[in-house]
Design a protein around this ligand. Structure first.
Ligand code: HEC
Length: 64
């Protein structure tokens, strides 16, 4: 995922999605990929990023 300029995809917080092979040279899909957006919408509160939600949850739950 790459954050694009405002106006790229305003409705979905201007994220670009890409799927490449392990060499990073062969592209399978890229752009405003609907299936990616549809699921990442669940994390709308943290700007479509899941890891932030998970990191927050871990730090809230831990006793350290
Ligand atoms: C069915 C739900 C679902 C779909 C569809 C999906 N993702 Fe995700 N994605 C997740 C979840 C859940 C995580 C967090 C996983 C973790 O941290 O272990 C994640 C994590 C990511 C991350 C790391 C950043 C973050 O949000 O934590 C990227 C980048 C990413 N996905 C890209 C994509 C791309 C590109 C597509 C489409 C090809 C896609 N995802 C489709 C559920 C989905």
């Amino acid at each position: 995922m790459i954050k694009m300029h405002n106006g790229y995809d305003v409705k979905n917080n201007n994220w670009w999605y890409g799927v490449y092979d392990k060499t990073g040279n062969k592209v399978f899909h890229e752009g405003r990929i609907k299936s990616c957006i549809k699921c990442h919408e669940i994390a709308k509160e943290t700007d479509y990023l899941f890891s932030e939600t998970i990191i927050d949850k871990i730090s809230l739950d831990s006793d350290f």
